[in-house]
Design a binder for this molecule. Structure first.
Ligand SMILES: [Zn+2]
Length: 346
């Protein structure tokens, strides 16, 4: 039985962890426990080998605690932001992601359980530009008072959205900023500086990771420019399910000529007249494909494609794929989308 004592003590030490007891009280209790278990009443002697074992366990316990402490608890609202936070924070952040892969960021409403993640985070990274509008108020209410919310769209030149009718959606901006990789470079700066403020000891580490990732984003940007060259300029026209490709189109010389849902979110219902006009447009512009976000119901797009005799091409727009899928990281998402667009339009 006595050989189990060190193990038992070690478990007790861990029971004290994270239960709100003060550091000093915890240390005193642990120490008292060690001494008690190292004394053998029968022989009235101190058991030196056992004291050594306990000291090793104590050191191990302190070390594991300090490692835990260093990890910054971070929440990203969606999987794309989460991937970029992972690139900058690497093993020094404990990352949670609010929206699961495949969720439509415009309509998804996190459950109360999902919102618990917000209450535990020290930093919450949001896309901003209205993307989190549906649950933003609940997110702020759920966040811990010490948490900081970092709006990644800050400093990015946002594209205004003008609705079809005059005066409509006056102050709206297009939230799909990540589809231009040079905007994601701005994200990495925000992420590195927020992590560096919360965890100054690792500030250089975050800055270096951001720089390394920035190089990959620039490579991606150059690769996209090269790929797009194979599409004749007059064929660089995009018909989409909703107006999600504005930043991508602006950066790489495309025109977003029409959308099933004539808006920057997926929340509206298109009228029959709008669909009929879009069908005319598709025929007039001789567009060979319609691009649909994988997180959106494709029914209307499939019907239009059938009527017009064109292809439906799925893209990963508002979410990464599942880990085993074709777009498990932001870089792969962009490469997948660009390859699909080039294949359909060249
Ligand atoms: Zn969207």
């Amino acid at each position: 039985m006595t050989h189990l004592r060190p193990l038992f003590a070690f478990k007790i030490i861990h029971l004290f962890e994270g239960n709100g007891a003060s550091e000093i009280l915890r240390s005193c209790l642990s120490l008292a426990l060690y001494l008690l278990l190292c004394y053998t009443p029968l022989t009235e002697r101190w058991d030196m080998p056992r004291i050594v074992v306990f000291l090793i366990l104590l050191l191990a316990s302190c070390f594991s605690k300090s490692v835990d402490k260093e990890r910054v608890r971070v929440l990203a609202t969606n999987s794309i932001i989460g991937d970029v936070v992972k690139e900058v924070g690497k093993g020094s952040v404990e990352l949670s992601i609010l929206l699961p892969p495949g969720a439509d960021p415009h309509s998804f409403e996190p459950s109360p359980q999902d919102m618990v993640k917000a209450s535990q985070a020290r930093i919450i990274f949001i896309n901003g530009a209205g993307l989190e509008e549906v649950f933003f108020k609940r997110l702020v209410e759920s966040a811990s008072p010490e948490a900081i919310i970092v709006d990644l769209s800050e400093g990015i030149e946002l594209l205004p959205y003008e609705g079809e009718e005059e005066g409509e959606h006056e102050h709206e901006v297009d939230p799909h900023i990540w589809l231009d990789p040079t905007n994601v470079i701005i994200w990495t700066h925000h992420i590195a500086s927020a992590l560096g403020e919360a965890d100054p000891q690792n500030a250089d580490f975050y800055r270096q990771n951001a720089q390394d990732y920035e190089k990959k984003l620039l490579e991606l940007d150059a690769w996209i420019k090269e790929m797009v060259k194979s599409i004749p300029p007059e064929r660089r026209k995009l018909i989409v399910d909703h107006l999600a490709l504005g930043y991508f189109a602006k950066r790489y010389g495309f025109q977003q000529v029409g959308a099933i849902i004539p808006g920057i979110t997926t929340l509206a219902e298109p009228s029959a007249q709008h669909i009929a006009e879009l069908l005319d447009l598709v025929r007039r512009e001789k567009v060979p494909a319609i691009f649909v976000s994988s997180s959106v119901n494709p029914k209307l797009a499939e019907q239009l494609a059938k009527d017009a005799g064109i292809k439906v091409v799925f893209l990963y727009v508002g979410s990464l794929s599942q880990p085993g899928g074709p777009a498990p990281t932001y870089l792969e998402l962009m490469r997948y989308n660009v390859s699909a667009i080039v294949e359909a339009l060249k």
